[in-house]
Design a protein around this ligand. Structure first.
Ligand code: 4AZ
Length: 246
């Protein structure tokens, strides 16, 4: 996160760290992406975060990546479901969404607490100009290695009309994506934040409106962050999670 502030305990209880290690090794897991808890056994992340032939786990309820915290819960990923129409091109990433099914028993995986809580899915579109929140452990203006402490920043929803202008992202932006940030630059998501939440208030409830997806570098003027438009995938999410999703 560029232009971010440290997150306080329990402030973003749906944030998860998606971690991988090579299959069947005893090497430690390392953070690759953010994710969003949407039900006890389900995490939403970006499609480009899925690495085949790797063991995956998610860590939630914590703020620091290098210190174990008593509020943390670590769960293994049983299955990664990549969107059928996921497609990466040199200039864009289409349908950049995936579901992680967590391991648990009788439909209980993550245990809800003050520090761990599922986010709601959006119901329709939100107005341009609305202020929303992004968060993650990704690269910052000061560190190419990312942040050890979870950071957050406020960004504004940018209209599709503005973001498809030739000087912004032109035809590389489609209706399954949207832009958010500050056109003057400075405040943005970056590498390592991918898959993490952009949440907005809808009827006084925080909803996961976007997932960090891509952008032309980070924090640059006229190059805002691009987010997966979660409202376009609510039916897909419900279909894939049905038996266990309320
Ligand atoms: C990345 O490389 C990336 N500024 C993620 C987010 C943004 C740019 C790049 C948005 O994963």
């Amino acid at each position: 996160i560029f232009g971010g502030l440290k997150v306080a305990p329990g402030a973003i209880p749906w944030q998860v760290s998606v971690q991988v290690r090579p299959e069947n090794t005893s090497q430690p897991f390392s953070h690759i992406c953010g994710g969003v808890l949407i039900a006890s056994c389900w995490v939403l992340t970006a499609g480009h975060c899925i690495e085949q032939r790797k063991d995956m786990q998610v860590v939630m309820g914590g703020l620091s990546l290098d210190m174990p915290e008593h509020t943390e819960q670590t769960l293994r990923v049983e299955q990664a479901i990549l969107h059928e129409n996921y497609k990466e091109t040199p200039a864009s990433v289409f349908n950049d969404i995936a579901l992680l099914r967590l391991s648990g028993t009788n439909g209980v995986c993550a245990i809800e607490s003050q520090f761990v809580k599922a986010a709601c899915l959006p119901d329709g579109q939100l107005p341009d100009g609305m202020e929303c929140t992004i968060s993650g452990w990704g690269i910052t203006e000061d560190s190419q290695h990312g942040s050890n402490h979870l950071l957050k920043a406020n960004v504004l929803l940018i209209s599709q009309e503005k973001c498809t202008e030739p000087g912004v992202y032109g035809k590389n932006l489609d209706h399954t994506m949207f832009c958010a940030g500050h056109l003057q630059g400075g405040v943005d998501s970056c590498q390592g934040d991918s898959g993490g939440p952009l949440t907005c208030k809808q009827n006084d409830t925080s909803v996961v409106y976007g997932l960090v997806s891509w952008g032309d570098q980070c924090g640059r003027k006229n190059k805002p962050g691009v987010y997966t438009r979660v409202s376009q995938f609510v039916n897909w999410i419900k279909a894939k999670t049905q038996a266990t999703f309320p």
